[in-house]
Design a binder for this molecule. Structure first.
Ligand code: ACO
Length: 323
């Protein structure tokens, strides 16, 4: 039986930091409102000439360095992003070229918004279990700032840019015990960027090119689906919630994270929290949080991690992992 395991983690954040006080100058909001409702204090924003590919490359190089392998060992790249550089080619194929990989191994992007990393991890894990790949670079990378309406206080205060990566290899022991992916396409209107390549951008309605969210309704759905999927992951592995060492959740809102932690009876000091520093970086938020806690020494080898994410679509998912 083959399993996948995490060989190394990496991440990258753009240099520019936007504090809540900076947003007070852009929209009718306050540091107090943003902190109380979301837990966010600051977020990183990509430079004008910095793209999702640039962020992904830095995170990838850090993960490869941490693994002790080289880029040549990689035989699959999966990148979760909602904000790719181009319509095509994928960010993954462009990254393959940047890393100097010429072994003709597959590379592709996945779009599941904030659940994107859970989806990418699930796909990569299945490639390894099925024997189609042995070293997989899995990345969540976003420049969400590019699809925000900076005049809309309902959304622009919530998001940031960044990238996180893991390098997966083959193992005889799990590693990734299981992944659980879900979607329910009936809720498009609650969270979406309404226009796009095929439906077109109405020049008179530029806001159609930006994130629109009915936050309150998304919030309720996120809390309930996060609770369900963590239970599903534990049940599938016959594990008790007391066996989880770390919750590494999608970082959208501290109140959603606290609700999931309560469900797991986990104290907040066993939850990796980066939302205060990163905001919601969509597909990048879980691997960014993971890498942060690995590098600062909180997450140790052999510990049990529960990753979970929820995003537009709706899409949601979880992974239960022994690190
Ligand atoms: N500053 C000040 N006031 C604001 C702001 C702001 N930035 N934004 C909204 N408000 C106002 C609203 O207009 C409203 O005013 P009103 O009562 O006069 O109408 C009031 O604050 C309360 O608004 P609510 O929407 O009820 O506030 P809520 O407590 O729900 O918090 C939030 C809003 C933070 C967006 C929350 O609902 C949330 O986090 N939702 C979930 C987001 C999420 O999980 N997304 C996941 C995936 S993201 C993805 O996939 C791309």
């Amino acid at each position: 039986m083959k399993y996948s395991k995490i060989l190394g983690t990496g991440s990258y954040l753009p240099k520019k930091v936007l504090h809540n006080s900076d947003l007070e100058k852009l929209v009718d909001t306050s540091d107090e409102w943003i902190r109380e409702r979301t837990g966010i204090q600051q977020r990183h924003i990509a430079a004008d000439d910095e793209t999702t590919l640039d962020l992904a490359e830095q995170a990838a190089r850090n993960a490869i360095d941490a693994s002790g392998l080289t880029a040549d060992d990689i035989d699959l790249i999966v990148i979760a992003t909602t904000t790719p550089d181009c319509v095509f080619p994928s960010v993954a194929t462009m990254l393959q070229a940047r890393l100097g990989i010429t072994n003709a191994s597959p590379a592709f992007d996945i779009q599941a918004v904030c659940a994107g990393f859970a989806y990418a991890l699930g796909v990569a894990d299945n490639f390894i279990r099925g024997g189609s790949a042995s070293v997989v670079l899995v990345i969540g990378a976003e420049t969400f700032s590019r699809i925000l309406n900076w005049e809309d206080r309902n959304t622009c205060v919530l998001f940031g840019d960044g990238a996180g990566a893991v390098l997966l290899g083959v193992s005889e022991q799990p590693g990734i015990h299981s992944t659980h992916l879900h979607a329910d396409g009936r809720y498009k209107e609650l969270l979406h960027v309404p226009s796009g390549v095929s439906s077109g951008y109405d020049a008179m309605q530029q806001q159609q090119a930006f994130v629109q969210m009915r936050g309150n309704e998304v919030f309720r759905m996120a809390v309930s689906k996060m609770r369900e999927v963590v239970e599903e992951a534990l049940a599938a592995n016959n594990m008790d919630k007391s066996e989880v060492d770390w919750l590494v959740p999608h970082q959208a809102n501290i109140r959603i994270i606290q609700a999931t932690a309560r469900k797991l009876n986990m104290s907040m000091d066993r939850v990796v929290l980066t939302v205060q520093n990163h905001g919601n970086t969509s597909a990048a938020s879980i691997p960014l949080a993971l890498d942060t806690a690995v590098r600062d020494g909180r997450i140790q080898r052999g510990e049990r991690l529960l990753l979970e994410g929820f995003g537009g679509g709706f899409t949601w998912g979880a992974a239960l992992i022994t690190f």
